[in-house]
Every structure is written in structure tokens, then in C-alpha cells.
Design a protein. Structure first.
Length: 593
């Protein structure tokens, strides 16, 4: 580690912090300028130098202006000091629940010669950072006035160390040594964070951000809107004045932290960074392919972090991503640093469902946890049957008969043959192809959802497919409109109280499904139901691809193109051939929910 390099980076960051504080000083000087002019006019009048009707009017005008400006400045300063900046929703980890983890972090801070983080929290994401929460948790300090406006020789409080936020997938996937190596540059950031000038600049910028958010909040009455407009203008003006300096300050802090961490587990950190990329790939795949179908069904997998280990193990096995993989898994995983990793995994899994899907804050009858062993039955099979039932409800609303042959007997229940017959393009049909709907079904009105000609992404299919896709979009919109989303007041914690539940999900995983996607999913679900009920197939969980169908113990991986051939071209040939080859009986009724 180069001490000179670290000091140079810190000094660069400090100079930028002072530039930020000068913006604050200039704003204070501008607020005091009318008051200074008023003092001069009053002093001149009392000494007999500035007398006369004109000077008297000037004294009244400037005095009133000074009072108004001081009141406005005091109000803005109070809002900036009291506003609660948004903090990242996390799962707090008390020291008693993870003494080994805290001991590792403190040892790491001691090796880096920096203050230890004040606490540790987990986030359901593949990232780690430091987060200062003193402003949000406690409001302004008791001596905030001298600290905010006094000169460099005034009293300054010692900044509280920030919270270390760790990506929960790292704890389950990485080994202890790898986690320590990855956290070294992050923990090293507590050194520059303890500098009074940098801490004060950060508090000022966070306060401006929070004040701007307060000013832009909707639903205000007209008089309050006018006050908030003034607040927003002032905060935005100061924020624009210090944004570039704040950005450069943070770059200097990051450079100092990276320079300080060079000597700590440098060789191991290179290897650990490869695991960071692997964890990110597996985590993203697990959320989009495995967790999302469960969330849509009102179930949330309660062991997502353990699931990412299974997903990455499967990914490494299939693609042979790393040599000596088995020996690496024999080392101590970082989750062993927790006293109750299962409880922590469950808490982060519920938070992930809120962040990425917008689920409720607490479990309930329509929002229940699901174990991986029960996933095929509770999620995969129920999803297929619910979508198959929705498909047949839409067919009923369109007046589709159970079969094209009116002389055939009623099969006594919903069949796959009904779907195949309806989507098969008649030989006499015109060659025109209608576009699928492509908009978010939750955001569409019923009238728009019934219009099959609203797509702009180029997906095209038969007239019947387009009409069926539009009906599915409308039906899904009606169902989702009846389901309450977001958290209840009882579910608010110290972190969740700082973020807006109306904006859930904060980080949506995927764009809304198009009409083509919806129709393909529902037809595939109907095929899978028929396979389970008539050919002895079973629902299963693939760690990388999510819900899957097992036929004779083998995954049915070639179904998607055959379904697309049916809905896009009206050609049932490939799908019928596949059904015949696998022994699936489309004319047999299936069980729906």
C-alpha cells in the first residue's frame, strides 16, 4: 500500500468537499445580504447620515425583504437539516446474530487502519457498499448550527461510521476468504468517510437531495405547492452548483479506498472478483426464471440465497466454468458467519420479493412462503393450471366451441384439442396477419385491452391468436386489478418507512409481457397440464430455467418452438407430432384450478 497515494487521494477528495461547502457558504452569504443592507440603512438613519423620505422607504422595503429572506433561508435550512434521505431497504444484522461476521469486519478494518463500520446489513443484490444513515435515523445533531455554518476552527462532531451493506448472495456463494477480499476495498472507504470535511459535504448533499424530494412530492394544496416550489428551486440551484464537486469527491474517496486495500488479500481478490460475476449471473437467472413465476402466483421462495448456490452449482456443472469447483465448495462458506442463516435467508428473500415484484411486507393467505421441495407442486403445477383455466375462460368469452366438429360428443371438460382447433388457421383464411397486443395488461383499460391492433414491436400472428391474446391481456388486467399490492402500515420497518410503497416494485425484473408472450405461456401451460394428466409427466424445477416439464425423467426442452409455430402461423403440425410422439392425449379433459 502506498501511503503517499492514499493521502493524495484523500486530499483531492477533501478539496472537492471544501468546494461543496463553499457552495453552502455562498448560499448563506446570499441569504444574509439583505439583512446586511438593512443593518447599514438602519445604522445610517440612527447616525443622521441617511435621512429623508426616500431613505425611510428604502429602510422599510429592505427591512421587510431581509425578514422574508431570513425566514425563507431558515425554513430551507431546517428542511435540509431535518429531511430524511432515502435509504436502501436492507435486512439489519445485529452483532449478536453474527458475531463471527462482525469480528471478521473489525479485523479487516484494523488491518486497513480505518474505523470499523457501525453495523452490518444485507441487501438482496450482488453488490456491497457503505451507507451513512445517521442523517436519516437521528435527524440533525445537537450542534448542527456551528457545524453547518461556522469556520474551520469551530467545533465539529466526530462522524459516525457508516453501515456496511453486503449483498446476500455473496454470503452464500463465496467462501470466507473470498468475502473478506471482496469487502476490503469497501471497508477501506470508512477512512475517508471519517474526515470531518467530507462527512459535512456528504450531509449537505444528502440533505439537498432529500429536500428536493420533499418539494416534489405530489398531492399538495395550492399554498403549500407554492412554498414547495420555492424550496425545490433553492435546493435544485444549490445541488447543481455542487454536483460536479460532489462527484469528484466520491471518486477521490473510492480511489483512496482502493489504494488502501491493495495490500490486503490482493491475489485472492482477483479470484473473488470472478466469483462476483458468477454470483451476479446466477442471481439474475434465479430471480427472473425461478422466483418471478412464484411471485406471480402469490408465493415467495423463502430460501433464495440457498437457491443461488444450487443454480450456480448447476451452471458450473453444465458450462464447466471453473476448474477445481468441487474442492472450492469444500471450503467454509461465508454464511457460516451467521448464527441463523436460514432466518436471514428468509428475511432477505421476502425483501427481494418486495423490491423486485412489489409483494406485501408480511406473509398472508395470498402471500405465503414456499420451500424448494414444494416448488414444483405449489408453483409450477398451480401456475400451469391457473393459466390453462384463464385460457379456457377467454375461449368461453369468445364463444369458441369445444371442437370444430359439432357432431363430436362433449368430452366433459376443458381439452387441449379445443385450443389446437381454435388456433389452427383455416385453409380458406386470408393471408393477413394481425399484430399481437404488447402493452402492460395492468396499465391498459378494458377497451384498449380488447383491441388486438395495438402492438408496435413487430410481433405478428394469426387473427385468432391476436384476438385470444387480447382477451388474455384483458382478463389478466381484471384479475390483477383486484389484488392489493405493496405493504401495509403494519409491515413498515425502520428502513421501509423511508421508501414509497406506491412505487413498488422499485427494481422490476422484466418488462411487461407482450400479448405474444402471454398467449405462448398460456398455451404451453395447457400442453403441460395435458402431459401431466394424460401422459404421466411431472412438474419440476430447473435451477437455471425455472418451471419445467419432465417426461420419462427427461426435461421437455423442445416445446417452445412448436407452440410458437401454432400461435404465429396457425400451424399445429409440429405440436401435434410432438404430442403423438410423447403419448399426450389432447382430446382428454384436464384438471384445472
Amino acid at each position: 500500500m502506498s501511503g503517499i497515494g492514499v493521502e493524495a487521494c484523500v486530499q483531492a477528495a477533501r478539496s472537492r468537499a471544501l468546494a461543496v461547502l463553499r457552495v453552502r457558504g455562498r448560499a448563506l452569504a446570499a441569504a444574509l445580504l439583505p439583512a446586511g443592507a438593512a443593518v447599514i440603512l438602519l445604522t445610517g438613519g440612527s447616525t443622521g447620515h441617511l435621512v429623508g423620505p426616500g431613505w425611510d422607504a428604502a429602510r422599510w422595503a429592505v427591512g421587510v425583504l431581509a425578514v422574508l429572506v431570513l425566514l425563507a433561508a431558515a425554513g430551507i435550512a431546517l428542511v435540509v437539516a431535518r429531511a430524511r434521505p432515502a435509504t436502501t431497504p436492507t435486512v439489519p444484522i445485529p452483532e449478536e446474530s453474527a458475531p463471527d461476521l462482525y469480528r471478521m469486519v473489525r479485523d479487516l478494518a484494523e488491518r486497513l487502519d480505518v474505523p470499523a463500520p457501525s453495523a452490518v446489513a444485507l441487501t438482496p443484490d450482488c453488490d456491497s457498499w457503505l451507507e451513512d444513515r445517521t442523517h436519516a435515523a437521528h435527524g440533525p445533531p445537537a450542534r448542527s448550527a456551528p457545524d453547518e455554518i461556522a469556520g474551520p476552527n469551530a467545533h465539529r462532531r466526530t462522524p459516525v461510521a457508516p453501515v456496511l451493506v453486503i449483498g446476500s448472495p455473496f454470503l452464500w456463494w463465496m467462501r470466507v476468504g473470498e468475502l473478506r477480499a471482496v469487502l476490503a476495498p469497501v471497508v477501506a472507504g470508512t477512512g475517508p468517510s471519517a474526515h470531518p470535511d467530507i462527512a459535512a459535504a456528504r450531509r449537505f448533499v444528502r440533505g439537498l437531495d432529500a429536500a428536493l424530494a420533499v418539494a416534489s412530492a405530489p398531492g399538495r394544496r395550492p399554498p403549500v405547492r407554492a412554498v414547495c416550489a420555492g424550496l425545490g428551486w433553492a435546493a435544485g440551484l444549490m445541488l447543481r452548483g455542487c454536483r460536479e464537486h460532489a462527484t469528484q469527491m466520491e471518486r477521490g474517496v473510492a480511489a483512496a479506498a482502493a489504494e488502501r486495500a491493495q495490500a490486503v488479500d490482493y491475489g485472492l481478490r482477483i479470484v473473488a472478483q470472478e466469483q462476483v460475476g458468477l454470483a451476479y449471473a446466477g442471481w439474475d437467472r434465479l430471480l427472473t426464471r425461478v422466483a418471478l413465476p412464484a411471485w406471480r402466483m402469490g408465493r415467495w421462495p423463502s430460501r433464495l440465497d440457498a437457491g443461488v448456490v444450487a443454480a450456480l452449482t448447476e451452471l458450473s456443472r453444465r458450462d464447466r466454468l471453473a476448474e477445481g469447483f468441487a474442492s472450492r465448495l469444500g471450503e467454509r462458506p461465508a454464511c457460516d458467519l451467521l448464527e441463523e442463516p436460514g432466518a436471514v435467508d428468509e428475511a432477505t428473500s421476502l425483501l427481494a420479493a418486495r423490491l423486485f415484484h412489489g409483494g406485501p411486507a408480511e406473509p398472508g393467505p395470498d402471500w405465503a412462503p414456499v420451500d424448494w421441495q414444494a416448488y414444483p407442486e405449489e408453483v409450477v403445477d398451480r401456475t400451469w393450471r391457473a393459466e390453462a383455466a384463464r385460457l379456457h375462460r377467454v375461449l368461453d368469452s369468445l364463444g369458441v366451441l369445444p371442437t370444430l366438429d359439432p357432431t363430436a360428443p362433449d368430452p366433459g371438460g376443458p381439452t387441449l384439442a379445443r385450443v389446437l382447433d381454435h388456433l389452427t388457421e383455416p385453409a380458406t383464411a386470408l393471408p393477413h396477419q394481425a399484430p399481437f397486443t404488447a402493452e402492460d395488461p395492468r396499465a391498459r383499460s378494458r377497451e384498449d385491452a380488447e383491441d388486438p391492433y395495438g402492438d408496435e414491436d413487430g410481433d405478428r400472428g394469426t387473427e385468432r391468436s391476436a384476438a385470444l391474446a387480447a382477451g388474455l391481456s384483458a382478463e389478466l388486467a381484471r384479475e390483477e386489478a383486484c389484488v392489493p399490492r405493496g405493504a401495509t402500515a403494519a409491515g413498515h420497518g425502520p428502513d421501509s418507512a423511508l421508501w414509497d410503497d406506491d412505487a413498488l416494485p422499485l427494481v422490476p425484473l422484466q418488462p411487461p409481457r407482450t400479448g405474444r408472450d402471454l398467449l405462448a405461456d398460456h398455451v404451453t401451460a395447457m400442453v403441460c397440464c395435458a402431459a401431466v394428466d394424460t401422459a404421466g409427466a411431472v412438474p419440476a424445477l430447473d435451477w437455471l430455467d425455472g418451471p419445467s416439464l419432465l417426461l420419462d425423467g427427461e426435461r421437455a426442452a423442445d416445446l417452445a418452438p412448436k407452440v410458437l409455430s401454432l400461435i404465429e402461423e396457425g400451424d399445429p403440425g409440429p405440436l401435434r407430432d410432438w404430442l403423438t410422439a410423447t403419448g399426450i392425449r389432447p382430446e382428454k379433459p384436464v384438471r384445472l384450478v
